[in-house]
Design a protein around this ligand. Sequence first.
Ligand code: PMP
Length: 451
Amino acid sequence: PVHPLLDRTRRSAELYEEAARYMPGGVTANIKHFDPYPLFMESASGARLYDVDSNDYIDYNLCYGALMLGHGHPQVLEAVREQLSRMGTPVFGTPHEMEVEMAKKLAALVPGVETVRFTNSGMEATLFALRLARAWTGKRKVAKFEGHYHGGYDQVLVSVSTRERKRGAPPEARADSMGVPEEIREQTVVLPFNDWETTESVLDRQAEELGAVILEPVQAGFIPPDPEFLSKLREYTHRHGIPLIFDEVKTGFRMGLSGAQGRFGVIPDLTALGKVLGGGFPIGAVGGRREIMELASPVRSGDILGGDKGAQGSEVLFHSGTYNGHPTVLSAGLATIRVLEKAGAFEAVEKATTKLRQGMEEILLRRGFIAQSVGTGTIFNLVFGDHPVREAQDVLRSDLTMRRRLDHLLLEQGIYIKPLNRFSLSTAHVDAEVNETLTRFEAGVKQLRRG
Ligand code: PMP
């Protein structure tokens, strides 16, 4: 079948053909691929993306949620230019003042953060958090939740994709990729989100061996936790001495300045951050309780000059990275936080999100589709079905074929969404953008066919 976009995206098709000769699948990350070919973008501004064929899109992917201020926010661009000219280089490879400034900021804003280490991605942040937790407890196994993504490495690439199962049946631990060693998969225990009874019974069987429990406090950034779920998990892990890690890579600086933990009032031992924190540049950070974080310190016995000696021994928890705390990244991140700290910034984006969600639901229902939006804060998803959506299983039970069809029609109408993915908004998605999106959305839904 001819892709509806085919006529208008010929240059993307050509570039894709060439890309596929030099990169597996023509992409630099599997998630960037979709059928029949992904669109190649050329420039961006505010809420808009412009592709290589000069089509414009209102962007709801926003680099998978990272761009909380939209594209090219003037204060972020200015901060980056200023950093490059002030320092005369992108990076020193030595300590510098912005690291201190950002660490201080995170400690002040995020309740569970006392001290911080920076990484280059969200994936490295969860990896480091898990190592800290295992070192702290001396235990090997890690518990994670079905459908929760923490990055692409072996230990957590387990049961990110979901298979249908009976309610109350514990999820299986399945590797999501070839090449994940069986013995690493076996170290991962998988739990069902928002099902406390089953979660508790699985934890009871494993508690002695668990070095960490990690989760996205809001599943996949859009499915909210039941009110009691997070606090029960907190209470349980505290009672059993298991460090609780919140992966706030998506929710950090989206669910407000204090993240999901501030919003729900449940404080983890360790927090992984990323995305918005880098203002569009690659970043990750781990923050948490001082005594756990301190395992990574190369300084021992209060002897500050003994640092190098300490770092040689196995008593130190290894953490490193050539670009950790990169000045260009931190200047963009600090500028982003400064904008978000202004009164009403999050409220405005949440208000726009609510208006968009309600508008989309109204259009779908009026045109005879059974659909709902599911979300929290500034992120949501569209689900064809009217059953409650409390975990990934429930998304599986919805009409995904219809959703895929809709997403392609939306692309054709100039609404950029990675098919089947979430919608994220930014401070650039003001009323005019939301109204225009709803007009485009209606034009897309008009062509949506059942069956
Ligand atoms: N954790 C969560 C919750 C994420 O959403 C992501 C990225 N989608 C990651 C970790 C990994 O972050 P990165 O892509 O920066 O490695």
